[in-house]
Each structure stands twice: as C-alpha cells, then as structure tokens.
Design a protein. Structure first.
Lengths: 172, 462
C-alpha cells in the first residue's frame, strides 16, 4: 500500500527474516531512522521510549499486503504475550540494493548489531537518543534513571550507550 | 490539627467519602482536603473526565475533580489491603500515605479536552505530556500544592512528582497509582460506565479487591526476562471470571465510549480548530480568528507562552468560550468549524469497519484484507483532500486498551496467581480474553457533508 508498508517487510528481510517483539521492531526502526533510513515515520514518546503510530499501522498493512506474518508467543516464566514478526526467505534477486536511504549492506549490519541486544537495552538506547536529541535534556543520564529506574541497572544503561556508539549515533 | 474538621463528600460511585479529623489517618486526610481546595485542584472542576463524550452520552458530564476524589478513596482501600497482606516488616505507613496523596493529585496536569489537546501539542511538535505538567504543578513553590505537601512532610512534593512520572514501578506502593488494578483505573471504569449509562460489561469490584494479591513480574518488554522483577498487584485464580469481566467491561468502554466514532469526529474538529488558533497565535495574528491577545488559548500558543501559569489558565469552559468567540467573530475555515462545534452540526463519518462487516464464513484475516483495500481505495479517491477537507482518524484497540497508549505496559497487564504460587498473564488462562488479544483497528473518515461522504463511499471503483 505505502512505501512504509514495504519498508517493514524489507527491514524484516534484512534482519534475517525475523524480529522478536513489537518493542524491538519499533526501536530498530527509530534507531535506523536516526542512522539515515529516512522512512518518513513520525515518533512520539511513549512508555517504552520513542514510538511511531505510523509504524504500528504499517506493520498491520504489511501483514496483508507484504507477506509479513505475526505470531503471538508467551514467555515461559510468566505467560506474558509477545509478538514475533517474520517474512519468507528471499532470493538475492528480490533483495533491494537500498533500504530507504541506507545501503542494504549497511542496514543489514546495523540491524544485526541491534538484534544482539535485549529489548530493554534497545529501549534504553532509543530513549537515551530521544532525551539527548529530541527533548534536549542536558543531564540525560539522570533523566534516564528517573524514568527507567531499575531497567538501567546491571550494566544495561552502559550497554545501551555502547550500542549507540556502535551505530555511530553519538550523544554527548 | 486545630482547624481540623471531619469533611464529607457524597459520590455517585462510592457513596459517602469521609476525610477524617481523628485517628491514624487524620493528618493524611486533612492534607488531602487542603489539596482539594487549592486553585490548581479546583481547576479540575472545569475539566470533564470524558471531554466531548457528553455530545453522545448526555449524562457523561462528570469532571476530573470528582474522578480524583474517587481515586483518592479507592487508593485508601488499596493501601488497607496492602496493610493486611504485607508482613509487618514490609509495611511502610509513610510510603502508603504518599501513594494515596499521589493518587489524589495524579490528574492535576490534564489540559482541556485532555487527549485532543495533547494531540494538538504533538502535532505542534511540543513534547510535554500531562504527567510532566502534573509534576511541574506539584513542584511549583509559587503555587498552592507544593507548600501544602511540604507542610505535610519535607520532600513529599518531590516524592509525589517522582512517583507519578517514573515509568517503571518502584515498589508495591507504586502499584496503587500504576498497575493492572491501580486506583485510577478502578475508579474511571466504574464512573464512566455509570455516567455514560452504557452498562457495558460488569465490574465485580468487591470480589476483585477481596482477591487482590501481591506478586513479582518481570518488567522487561517482549521476550526479555532478564530485567529485574517488579512487585505489583495480581489476582487469585478464584477471581479469574471477575478478571475476565473487568477486562471485557474495559474493552467495551473503549469500543462504545472512548473510541466512539462521533466522539472521535468531534475531537478531530476540535484538534483542527485548535491548530488553526495555535497557528494564528504563533504568527501574532489572533484577530484573524476574532480573538484578543489576552484569550487564554492565544496566550498559551503565542511564542514563549507555554508557561505553567498560562497552562493553568486553560480549561474546558475557557476553550468553549473561545470557540464561541471564533464562531461569532472569526472567518473562514476556523469560524465554520467553531460554528459546527457550537451548534453540533458535525461532520459525517465513514466508518471502514461498518462499511466492511464480517461476512459469513470469512476468516478474520480476510476481513482485515478487505478493510485495508477499502482504505486504499478511499484514500486514492480523496487524494490531497485528506487532512484539509476531510479528517482521518485511526485507533487500534485490544483487550489491554488503545495500542500505543500506556495500557499495554507490562506492569499494567493482568496476572493471575495460581494455586501452586506461580503467576500467569490472563490471556494464557482465558480463551475468551485470548481471542481479543489481537489488536482491532478502527479507521474513520469525517466529511463536511453527507454528499461528499457518499461520493467517497462509492467513488473511484473497487
């Protein structure tokens, strides 16, 4: 239907065909956009950090028009539901040379890097970027702890900063 | 407390609500009464809980003031349950009382027509949500709230502001203001149901509270179980059916009240009008709207005008007065919208779900495909008119409320404690709830005339 619907399928394909969790999907798109994707999506701050309603809509559309599949799974420990998004494997010929404004190879590398971290680390990384660049909070470290509390503990905040560095998204 | 008096409020949901002057709770209750009488709190009498829902449900004129008192009353009940359930060494009277006071002041930062106003601010790229305004009001030393709280206890104002803005619950006392069974939710669902007269679902309040328990759940999102657990409320499995009814009641309220197509259409008109006023104020030409420079909305939307004092000058009454002035003295599109709002001459809705009902034997995915194709057809037909002549509204709702709103937070999902001591999120246990776990999308278009709506309905082929 729209360029963004197709982008959802292309990002999933670049992610090896699968992204686990709605939070991961949202944060991967947000961080890719900061890295130059230029998806045209708009983001606002919500409970888990930057969130795009447009992306939520595009994910729904992509399930109908772009072959994206959503499966609901449940966490073993407490039964909390989460979604797994997949697309069928693609042949080389079907892989576009660019993902938005990013080179496809570069995008694949960025996504692979992001997929190695937990949903919480991705949430923290996107939130740090949002606080520093959008809300322009000078002491974003203190604000991150105030908003995210124990999620920032056990080295997760440091991992999030490290992830931003790896993505070349530097915050002062 | 020499000037203390027992104060009583009659409430349609809870009956008699007493603010004690004697006993263990006197200091807390008397402080609550003083907060209630502060101008910042009295402003909530001029902000309706359901905004423009009274256009559709004429009884729904209840205010955030009445709701806040109900939340306070419910929070007192919740901390009594905590006192019974927690071991003595874990019971913290100070934390409990601060949670109750936080419950009372939790809505101070709501603007007029709460959600419509916030969406105007989002469209203007202003990133301050009502929770942050609440914190600013509580912490303002020049206001009336902060001094009352500071007299109650040093640092209490800051504690309350932190409690209301922290996204991750700090402890079980935090669950009183943010959890699957927080005082806010337990009041608004019952109050909105009563005042709208919808009778949607049923909420077995006493049974739910009697089965309320304390449990730890992982606060990590998606599949992340590494994040530290958080202590929050859950329900004993004896209340599984009551929990199902509670969630179903909420789901029906979302579908029938909060996301009602006419309500959303009016909100779209208000949003459109407020954006026009904001643009005129920002460009220093409020007179083009028929408004003076000292109009509260003009003051707030003018460059550098988004101060706390200007924000506190905004309420539903003031915005309606502004709408009446624009209708009378303004011109063009803004005046036309203002007149429509004043006289309830609303835009005509085209509801895609109503246009594409489920067909016999059709799978849900097939219905969704037809609806999305219909959206594609309508938007191709409308072209550039979308967003100017025609408004679009989209919302996605599941059993946990509106997607993208805070209802889907992990600690706000409903867990059931089983007899073996483990907890499970309710969709695992209830097939009824599971079927409503998948989000349902509502897309509506609003047209200035029935003719234009009908043209879009049939135009452009299929």
């Amino acid at each position: 239907m729209t360029r963004q619907d197709k982008l959802v399928a292309d990002v999933l394909a670049a992610a090896g065909g699968e992204i686990i969790g709605r939070i991961r999907l949202q944060k991967i798109f947000y961080l890719l956009d900061q890295a130059g994707l230029e998806s045209g999506l708009t983001y606002h701050y919500h409970h888990y950090g930057p969130f795009s309603r447009d992306l939520d809509e595009a994910v729904g559309n992509a399930q109908v028009f772009e072959g994206v599949h959503e499966e609901v799974r449940y966490r073993q420990v407490d039964g909390m539901p989460y979604s797994v998004f997949t697309v069928p494997a693609r042949s080389e010929a079907d892989i576009p040379p660019t993902l938005g404004r990013l080179d496809a190879g570069q995008a694949r590398e960025l996504i692979t890097t992001m997929k190695q971290d937990s949903a919480t680390v991705l949430e923290l990384a996107a939130t740090i970027h949002w606080l520093a660049k959008n809300e322009r909070v000078s002491d974003w470290k203190a604000e991150l702890v105030r908003r995210k509390g124990p999620k920032t503990e056990r080295g997760r905040a440091e991992k999030a900063v490290g992830l931003l560095e790896k993505l070349n998204l530097h915050v002062a | 407390m020499p000037d203390a008096r027992t104060q009583r409020v009659r409430d349609p949901v809870h009956g008699l609500i007493v603010f004690e002057k004697d006993g263990d709770n006197a200091r807390r209750d008397q402080t609550a009464w003083k907060l209630l009488n502060a101008p910042e709190f009295q402003r909530l009498r001029r902000i309706r809980q359901l905004g423009v829902s009274e256009f559709i449900f004429p009884g729904a004129t209840h205010t955030r003031f009445a709701h806040s008192i109900g939340v306070f009353h419910t929070a007192r009940k919740l901390v009594e349950i905590l006192k019974q359930r927690l071991p003595d060494h874990d019971w913290d009277r100070g934390r409990a009382d601060r949670a109750v006071l936080a419950a009372l002041v939790h809505d101070l930062g709501h603007g007029p027509f709460s959600h419509a106003f916030e969406s105007v601010q989002e469209a203007r790229n202003v990133r301050k949500r009502h929770e942050l305004w609440t914190a600013e009001i509580i912490l303002d030393p020049k206001g009336h709230i902060q001094p009352i709280l500071e007299r109650y206890g040093h640092g209490v104002a800051e504690d309350l502001a932190n409690l209301l803005t922290a996204e991750v619950p700090q402890d079980i006392y935090h669950a009183v203001v943010s959890s699957s069974f927080d005082a806010d939710r337990l009041d608004y669902l019952r109050r909105d149901r009563l005042m709208t007269g919808t009778g949607a679902g049923a909420i077995d309040f006493d049974w739910l509270l009697d089965n309320l328990q304390i449990a730890e759940i992982s606060q990590g999102g998606d599949d992340d179980v590494e994040a530290e657990p958080v202590t929050t409320f859950c329900l004993h499995e004896k209340a599984l059916q009551a929990a199902e009814s509670f969630l179903l009641a909420r789901y029906h309220l979302f579908e029938q009240v909060y996301l009602h197509k006419t309500t959303r259409g009016i909100e779209a008109l208000i949003r459109g009008l407020l954006l026009e006023i904001a643009r005129a104020a920002d460009q220093g030409r409020p007179e083009s709207m028929g408004l003076a420079a000292d109009d509260p909305l003009v003051g707030f939307f003018s460059p550098g005008g988004d101060t706390l004092a200007n924000y506190l000058a905004l309420d539903d009454f003031g915005v309606w007065a502004t709408i009446a002035r624009v209708a009378q003295r303004g011109e063009g599109f803004a005046a036309a919208i203002a007149k429509r709002l004043r006289d309830r001459k609303l835009y005509k809705a085209l509801d895609v779900n109503a246009e594409c009902p489920v067909l016999p034997g059709e799978e849900p995915d097939e219905t969704e495909q037809r609806r999305l194709r219909e959206i594609q057809r309508i938007e191709t037909f409308l072209g550039d008119r979308l967003g100017t002549d025609v408004f679009r509204d989209r919302a996605s709702v599941s059993i946990y409320g509106e997607i993208g709103e805070d209802e889907a937070k992990r600690h706000k999902m409903l867990s059931i404690r089983l007899r073996d001591g483990t907890t499970r999120e309710i969709t695992v246990l209830s097939p009824t709830i599971r079927t409503l776990g998948k989000p349902r999308t509502l897309v509506r278009y609003y047209f200035p005339t029935a003719g234009k709506r009908n043209a879009a309905r049939s135009g452009g082929g299929t």
